[in-house]
Design a protein around this ligand. Sequence first.
Ligand SMILES: [Zn+2]
Length: 500
Amino acid sequence: MFTTISNKPSKVLSPMPNKIVDKKGEFTFSQDTMIYVEPQFSQEAETFIDLLLEDLPYKEKGSGENELYIKKSKVKGKYHLEILEDKITISAENNELVFMALETLRSLLLTYGHTIPCCNITDWPKCEYRGFMLDTARHFVTANEIKRLLKAASSIHLNYFHWHLTDDQGWRFPLSFDEKVNKESSIRKAIDYQEERFEGGLYTEEEIKDVINYATKLHITIIPEIETPGHAMALLHAHPEFGCVGGEYEIPTTGGIFKDVLCVGNDEVIEYFKKVFADVARIFPGKYIHIGGDECPHERYETCPKCQKRMEENNLKSAAELQSWMTVQIAKIVTSLGKIPVGWDEVLDNTQTLGLPKEVIVMSWRGSQGGIEAAKRGHKVIMSPSIEGVYYDYRYDKSNDDEHGQYWGESTIKMSYDFEPIKKEMGDDAHLVLGGQGNLWTERVDFGRDTEALYFPRLVALAESLWTEKKNWEAFKAKRGAIEKRLASQDIMFWSGNWS
Ligand SMILES: [Zn+2]
């Protein structure tokens, strides 16, 4: 099943460490291996052992005593991992970097089994933000499946998980103050959204906290997303008074963009979202909250008396500018909760009158232009352009009708690999780019494990692109056997067509 795996760590690891020297000799990890860890890193050591043992049980008899040392160093922003025949030494200045070194060690153990070749690694990330997004609204993905994805993501040094929790087709975030939404907005009528589709679900607060705790151990920060003001049909179903026309709103059983969105002229909507984001901020410890902002038609605003009144009061020149007014309100709410708002790049549009609050981080998905424009306007940026190989609901090969992904889009593995978040046009503003992200929308995903072969191996290619300063596609391709072995060892399904 697997192609040949080199006995040189420099030829198997991905992300490729930024500095690695292969050495002679081998180290055997076993129950006899003594682990010496400075107390501040004991949680990382424990997590490493827990993760490893799930996929590689202890070798009962070791080949003699040897040692693993985990200690603090003064070197800024880098970890050091040295593997000698009788001793492994990991050192770094902080917990996150120590854990990354341990994840690199786990990768070697998953590749070779208990006996790994010696090497000397000094490593650091190219981009500070290395993320992946999962849409759990179009189709519900269980907390346990999310944890499986987080574990695989951690093994390739990803450090942000963007959790898309609400959309037209479902509301998945449990509200402390609104049982009606919890019940009615989380379940679609039709189970066959497409073929045999799961009809919905709502996470419990306990499940979300469990995912957060798990992610925290992996040093992955979660960015929860609550969509505003578009993609809100599921919420409107429970609260028709939040729409401009107040009609009966059914939760859609198809994909698409819907003209019914949150009424921006209704003060109750703003008050409601104060409570929603207070719940989100209370549960999620990370510093970012995603406020959506994409694909919001403004048609209803044209004829809604409340929206028209809001326009007049604020001297807005078009109904489209109402979305910008809404972005300002939501950003204020999120900021008042001590969090930083993130929005899809539409938040830059129609901002002639009101501007976009400086603190809003722009996630560029409609190509790179939004990111370039945002950086020019002084905003921090996360790049996730749909046409540059980081949309994983697209096919690997557009011409292959047997593929699960959306027929209209293509993200080849090479496109994922070649993706660069920083664009020439950014010039001196390039420092505002935090990094990049791969997105998986789930219109065409039936259930949790379907996500895996859409993410992998594309996500591995993206991870290397965001981590490794001098990447090389041919060298990456030659690591295919090792990459697939590590995914299989973690029981992660992956796409097995041609790597191109
Ligand atoms: Zn309205």
